[in-house]
Design a protein around this ligand. Structure first.
Ligand SMILES: Cc1cc2nc3c(=O)[nH]c(=O)nc-3n(C[C@H](O)[C@H](O)[C@H](O)COP(=O)(O)OP(=O)(O)OC[C@H]3O[C@@H](n4cnc5c(N)ncnc54)[C@H](O)[C@@H]3O)c2cc1C
Length: 400
């Protein structure tokens, strides 16, 4: 039965028991606040559990706003300095959890991602956090007497402060909603248009047809969109492009833009072909396959109308230059991203200009905080999104 509580049910209600919400609730509770943590999905911390192939790439040794996308990535600088990857490692160590470093500073949990969820739950217990789960919030409004009222499935709650940690739109099947964005708009706050990010990209039919036998081929490339450049691995799929290179650049790509891809990954393929032309007795295909995956080499020779079996020494120098330029300047124009179900993260969100950079409190709605993925700060691939979740949660919790 619903009731309207006369006194506040909690000092702080945190909405969303994901990475940011659990961290914020735990720290606020440990600082002596009466915290109620509310989650609508059947399982809590589900994105943590499915992340990093079940091992959770929970942070990156590199930290700083340069690894983030948004209207003003510099907003994140102070928040990230306030809680660093080393701080999170200390927390792991206090729970006797180990970690391994993989590619480029990416840290994974040795005991698996569920251990991180369990750790955050234990930290919440240490802070005396009370749970309302599963429970959906329908409406939040400012109370006449100060603080907020929340209509939920369970009751109408009163809280002095509310932290919105409901994340972004990717993967609705495990609880993702646009609730934070709807709430922000209803309060007159500006929201930067959300879009899927860290997401595979689809290629148009004619391009796909030309690439149809390349699905599964992976290679290092240099990929660019606008000013942004990444040196990462590209994967061809049945629908277009994936792999770390595509996921990274997808956060910068806008519909209608072409990508710039150097399939030689910055190597001098033209010089290599010219040298082979002078000295080698090999076929064009065998020559190119020393630098590129064989299936890709075959496909690119066909694309340029060159006979793969022809000896490289017999090919005109102009044709070799054309081939090398084609490899270095492939400019496919994706037709769309693979959408919210395949995206790892949301780009856009509550505009940082609406928030205090020290506490993530709304400048125009005192007592209301937005943290984690709901905010217009989107990390690169490699643990940066969890680091933002931990750091923004800590910043808010210290201010509550
Ligand atoms: C497949 C996949 C793999 C990923 N791997 C990594 C990785 O390895 N490293 C990395 O850094 N990042 C990774 N990410 C991104 C990372 O998971 C998110 O950026 C991070 O979880 C965001 O934390 P958050 O707390 O803001 O949101 P979430 O962790 O999404 O938590 C939001 C919570 O709010 C709940 N909620 C939503 N709406 C409501 C509502 N109305 N009422 C109550 N509760 C609500 C949701 O159910 C959820 O539990 C991955 C994402 C995906 C999808």
């Amino acid at each position: 039965m619903k009731r309207a509580a006369a006194a506040a049910d909690a000092d702080v209600v945190v909405i969303g028991a994901g990475a940011a919400g659990m961290m914020c609730a735990a720290v606020a509770g440990q600082r002596g606040r009466r915290v109620l943590l509310l989650e609508h999905a059947r399982r809590v911390g589900e994105k943590i559990r499915i992340s990093g192939g079940g091992r959770c790439n929970f942070t990156n040794l590199a930290s700083g706003p340069q690894y983030y996308v948004g209207e003003d990535p510099g907003f994140a600088a102070g928040v990230l300095r306030g809680y660093t990857p080393r701080d999170f490692l200390r927390l792991l160590a206090s729970h006797r959890l180990g970690w391994t470093e993989k590619h480029r500073g990416q840290l994974f949990c040795e005991q698996g991602s569920q251990a991180i969820v369990d750790m955050l739950r234990a930290e919440c217990a240490r802070g005396g956090v009370r749970w309302l789960h599963p429970c959906r919030v329908r409406e939040l409004r400012r109370a006449a007497a100060g603080g907020f009222e929340l209509d939920t499935d369970a009751a109408t709650l009163r809280a002095l402060r509310v932290v919105v940690a409901t994340g972004g739109l990717p993967v609705a099947a495990i609880g993702a909603t646009d609730w934070a964005l709807r709430l922000a708009r209803s309060l007159g706050l500006r929201v930067v248009a959300p879009a899927p990010a860290l997401v595979p990209l689809r290629l148009p039919g004619d391009e796909l047809q030309a690439l149809h036998d390349l699905a599964g081929v992976a290679l290092p490339v240099r990929i660019a969109c606008g000013e942004q450049v990444f040196d990462e691995d590209l994967l061809f799929t049945h629908r277009g492009l994936s792999g770390p290179a595509t996921l990274q650049i997808s956060s910068y790509w806008q519909p209608g833009q072409a990508l710039r891809i150097d399939l030689g990954a910055g190597r001098e393929v033209g010089a290599m072909l010219a040298a082979a032309q002078r000295h080698s007795r090999q076929s064009l295909l065998n020559t190119l396959a020393q630098t590129l995956p064989r299936r890709l080499a075959q496909s690119w020779l066909q694309r340029h109308g060159l006979d793969p079996a022809r000896r490289v020494a017999e090919v005109a120098a102009a044709d070799l230059r054309r081939l090398a330029q084609g490899l270095a300047n492939w400019a496919p124009q994706p037709q769309a991203s693979e959408g919210w179900n395949k995206a790892e993260v949301m780009r856009g969100g509550v505009a940082t200009a609406e928030l205090d950079p020290r506490s993530l409190q709304c400048l125009r709605v005192p007592g209301l905080y937005f943290i984690g993925e709901a905010v217009d700060i989107t990390g690169w691939l490699g643990g940066y999104n969890f680091q933002w979740a931990w750091a923004s949660a800590q910043a808010a919790a210290r201010a509550l």
